[in-house]
Design a protein around this ligand. Structure first.
Ligand code: SF4
Length: 385
C-alpha cells in the first residue's frame, strides 16, 4: 500500500490505505494535568502497598541508595517537578498551578512518563501490532542499567511485545518498583493468573489491557478473547486498578460501545480509545487519520451512551492531530529511544538516541516534542468523554 500525504491546516500528514477489516493501535499511553509551583512538593495520594513502596523511591524526598548506570545515587537524579501529582482515582497526572507548559518544560531534566519495552516477543499476533518482533533484548544487567538512568522519572510503563513473556519480568518489575513513583504494566493479560494477579497487586499502580470488541470482533483483530477476559477477571478480582485500551476503527462505534460496557462492568477506571497510527504491522493499512469530525461524532455518541447507561469508567479519546507529533517516548529492548508517533518520519518514529549509551538527561535535551509530551500527559490535548 502506498503512503501519500494529506493536509490539515499547518500540517502535512501521511495517508494510509484502510482495508476492509478493522485493525489498529496498540497498548496505551497516559494522561494528566499539571501545575507549576516552585515552592511546593509533589503530592502523592494513595494508600496501597504498591504506592507506599513508590514513596521509598526518593521522589518524595526520601533518598535512594541504588547506584545508577553512571555510578551516581539514583535519588540524586530524582526529577523535582513541582506541583505535579498523580491522581490514582482518575489515573492521570494533574497540576495545581496555572504556569505555562513552557515554564514547566524548562524545569524538567527527564521525561514525565516513558514506555519501556522489555521484549518484542509476544504470544499474540494482532493484525495491527505496532511493536512486532525483530529486536533482541539487551542482557538483564543492561536493562537494569537503563532503568537506573531513568530513576527519578515519575512514571514508567513496562511494555513489549508482551512484557510478561520476558524471562526476567518479575525481577525487572521489582527493580522498577523501587525506582519510580508510578509503575504501569501494559500487557495482553493472557499470562495473568490468580497467583500472578496477587503478585502484581503489590508491584504495579495499574495495568493497561487492550480489548478490541466483543468476542467475534476482538478475535478477528487480536485473537485469544477468552484468555484476555480471564486475565481481566483476575485483575478485577485482585482489585488492581485497570485501564482498558481499544483502537477506534472508522465505523466501529458499536464495538466501542461494547468495550465501554465491558470496561465499566469489570471496574476499569479508564477506557482509552486510540486512533490508528501507521507503524509496525499497521503501516500501509490506513489511508488517513480518523477525521476530527468522526472523532467528534464518537465523543458525542459515547457521551450520550455514558449518560444513558450510567457508566462510571472515564473515557478518553486520542486525536493525534490535536496531540501533535512525538508526544510518547519509547525505549525499545535494545535501548534505542524514539519519539512516537511522528508521522512525517518513515517508520512513524523519530530516533532520539540510545539509553544504553547515553544519559536520560542528554536524551531529554535532544527530544524535540517536550510540550506535546506534557500536554498529553496532563490531558490538555486529550478528548475526555
Ligand atoms: S499483544 Fe503482542 S501482537 Fe498484540 S499488539 Fe501487543 S505486542 Fe503486538
Amino acid at each position: 500500500m502506498h503512503v501519500g500525504t494529506a493536509k490539515r491546516p499547518g500540517l502535512t500528514v501521511p495517508l494510509f490505505v484502510l482495508p476492509t477489516a478493522e485493525p489498529r493501535g496498540k497498548h496505551g499511553c497516559a494522561n494528566s494535568r499539571i501545575s507549576f509551583n516552585p515552592e511546593s512538593a509533589i503530592e502523592v495520594k494513595c494508600g496501597s502497598l504498591a504506592h507506599g513502596r513508590a514513596k521509598r523511591s526518593g521522589i518524595e524526598g526520601v533518598p535512594m541508595t541504588t547506584e545508577t548506570a553512571t555510578g551516581a545515587p539514583a535519588g540524586d537524579k530524582a526529577e523535582k517537578l513541582p506541583s505535579i501529582r498523580f491522581n490514582h482515582d482518575k489515573q492521570h497526572f494533574e497540576s495545581t498551578s496555572p504556569a505555562a507548559i513552557q515554564v514547566v518544560v524548562n524545569g524538567m531534566t527527564k521525561p514525565l512518563s516513558l514506555t519501556f519495552q522489555l521484549t518484542r516477543a509476544c504470544n499474540f499476533k494482532c493484525i495491527y501490532c505496532s511493536e512486532p518482533p525483530g529486536i533482541r533484548s539487551l542482557p538483564l544487567e543492561q536493562l537494569k542499567g537503563m532503568i537506573d538512568r531513568l530513576a527519578g522519572m515519575r512514571r514508567i510503563i513496562l511494555s513489549g511485545g508482551e512484557p510478561m513473556a520476558y524471562r526476567h519480568f518479575w525481577e525487572i518489575l521489582e527493580y522498577a518498583r523501587e525506582r519510580f513513583e508510578i509503575v504501569v504494566l501494559s500487557t495482553n493479560a493472557s499470562r495473568i493468573t490468580h497467583e500472578n494477579a496477587q503478585r502484581l497487586k503489590e508491584l504495579v499502580d495499574y495495568v493497561d489491557v487492550t480489548v478490541d470488541g466483543p468476542r467475534r470482533q476482538h478475535n478477528a483483530i487480536r485473537g485469544h478473547y477468552d484468555a484476555v477476559m480471564h486475565g481481566l477477571m483476575h485483575v478485577a478480582s485482585a482489585r488492581i486498578p485497570l485501564s482498558v485500551i481499544c483502537v477506534y476503527l472508522p465505523g466501529n462505534q458499536t464495538a466501542m460501545h461494547y468495550i465501554a460496557q465491558t470496561a465499566d462492568a469489570i471496574g476499569a477506571i479508564k477506557m482509552k480509545i486510540l486512533t490508528p497510527i501507521p507503524k509496525g504491522m499497521s503501516k500501509g493499512l490506513f489511508e488517513g487519520f480518523v477525521s476530527q469530525q468522526e472523532i467528534e461524532r464518537l465523543r458525542e455518541f459515547l457521551d450520550s451512551e455514558k449518560r444513558i447507561n450510567g457508566w462510571q469508567t472515564r473515557i478518553t479519546i486520542s486525536d493525534w492531530m490535536r496531540i501533535g507529533r512525538g508526544h510518547a517516548i519509547l525505549v525499545e529492548p535494545d535501548g534505542r529511544m524514539v519519539a512516537s508517533p511522528d508521522w512525517v518520519e518513515e517508520d512513524c518514529v523519530l530516533e532520539i538516541g540510545n539509553l544504553a549509551t547515553e544519559t536520560a538527561e542528554a536524551l531529554w535535551q535532544k527530544y524535540p516534542y517536550k510540550e506535546n509530551h506534557l500536554n498529553k500527559y496532563l490531558e490538555n490535548s486529550l478528548i475526555v468523554a
